[in-house]
Design a protein around this ligand. Structure first.
Ligand SMILES: C[S@@+](CC[C@H](N)C(=O)[O-])C[C@H]1O[C@@H](n2cnc3c(N)ncnc32)[C@H](O)[C@@H]1O
Length: 274
């Protein structure tokens, strides 16, 4: 499968009814949460992860954030409301951008948010035009992550910051575990150390690198359990076949997380002045 075909597959997936259905499980934060056990609720723990990333990135009130892969705008609304940020929130899923726009109408800080179509591997913005580059749990879908990192460095002002969370590979899985990891990420995962090195290469000094791996298994167990509990609701939106396929996919995510090789990391950096 070519990189373009893969990109088209991702766009189709996020524009499909099944991902509209998955919002019944995720709410507007489409990523794992800082859960300690799968008894905890997903949504507040996912919001906690977003707020923690904002603290780690030392987000300043009033700053202009470029968010890539913004999902349905949950983080854009949080940053605009709680940090007075101006947010340009971008995505390649037109369906999600429509939902994001709809869900932002009348919300606190809505006037500080602009949604736009943009591919994080080829951002159509001027050099040094943002204070912050932000991307949560989406670069795992990139087949050109170094290019995406170079784009982050290009659009951020010197002294500005980068804030990234992503699912990662921990250690060097072999055999069945390697197959399982390859099955859930076609481009393959980067490690947290890989992100640290890539940000340095792109022109950022490391601020923080936090390992959130212990939250991955409780998060995926919780997501799978919520999907099963809400199955009828999901089927009404996306149909039985799609729902069964997606639950099967989440079994793989849980299995991968249980091996300890599926990690999660939050990495922040500051763009060098020269
Ligand atoms: C797991 S969701 C995360 C959404 C959001 N960051 C959040 O945490 O709520 C992954 C997102 O990546 C977006 N995405 C995938 N490939 C992309 C690309 N090349 N450029 C921009 N967005 C992309 C998808 O459309 C989807 O919104």
């Amino acid at each position: 499968m070519s990189d373009n075909d893969f990109q088209a597959e991702i766009t189709a997936r996020y524009d499909a009814p099944m991902y509209r259905a998955m919002l019944e499980v995720w709410g507007d934060q489409i990523h794992p949460g800082l859960l300690e056990s799968d008894d905890e609720e997903l949504y507040p723990a996912a919001v906690k992860a977003t707020t923690r990333l904002a603290e780690l990135a030392d987000i300043q009130r009033g700053s202009h954030v470029l968010e890539t892969a913004c999902g349905v705008g949950g983080t854009a609304r949080l940053l605009a409301r709680d940090f007075d940020c101006h947010v340009t929130a971008t995505n390649i899923s037109k369906g999600q951008l429509e939902t994001a726009n709809e869900w932002t109408q009348g919300k606190p800080g809505a006037e500080r948010i602009t949604y736009a179509f943009a591919n994080f591997e080829e951002l159509g913005y001027d050099d040094a035009s943002f204070d912050v580059y932000w991307c949560q749990d989406a670069l795992l879908f990139s087949t050109a992550r170094s290019t995406a990192m170079a784009e982050a460095a290009r659009v951020v002002k010197p002294g500005g910051t980068v804030a990234i969370t992503d699912l990662t590979v921990v250690g060097e899985p072999t055999g069945e575990t390697a197959d399982l990891m390859a099955g859930i990420s076609k481009p393959g995962f980067w490690s947290m150390e890989g992100y640290v090195a890539a940000l340095d290469e792109a022109g950022f000094d490391l601020m923080t690198a936090e390992d959130w791996t212990r939250h991955v298994l409780p998060s995926f167990l919780r997501i799978r359990a919520d999907m099963i509990a809400k199955k009828d609701q999901l089927i009404a939106i996306a149909g039985p076949d799609e729902v069964e396929d997606t639950i099967a996919r989440y079994h793989h995510w849980c299995d991968a997380a249980a091996t300890g090789h599926l990690g999660w990391a939050a990495v922040t950096g500051r763009k060098r002045e020269t």
